[in-house]
Design a protein around this ligand. Sequence first.
Ligand code: SF4
Length: 115
Amino acid sequence: MRELVCIVCPRGCHMKADDDLNVSGNLCPRGAAYAKAELTHPTRVVTSTVRLTGGTYPRCPVKTSAPIPKDRVADLMAALNGVEAAAPVHVGDVLVKDILSTGADLVVTREITEA
Ligand code: SF4
């Protein structure tokens, strides 16, 4: 039996799932779907920063445009060390398309002007 907290909405239902992925404790079907996905193929949207040149800040906040497999998060964080953006940057700018062949793009999450 595995215990999970649903993160789909702020209610945060405490759920239990057995080995056959029968889920209990969820107040709606979205919780069961989340639990099954989390136990079979966990994914995460990754947020971080990359180096920025010529801007009013030294680093640029970024995120993946879609969830990526949880077991690729460490590889992604290592890859970000080699990414550098140049100001100005705008929310939604794609810095790396299909990063690490995950199907997700690396996108900017903050407006930063030139220094
Ligand atoms: S199971 Fe439904 S109600 Fe409960 S936290 Fe998840 S999404 Fe919200």
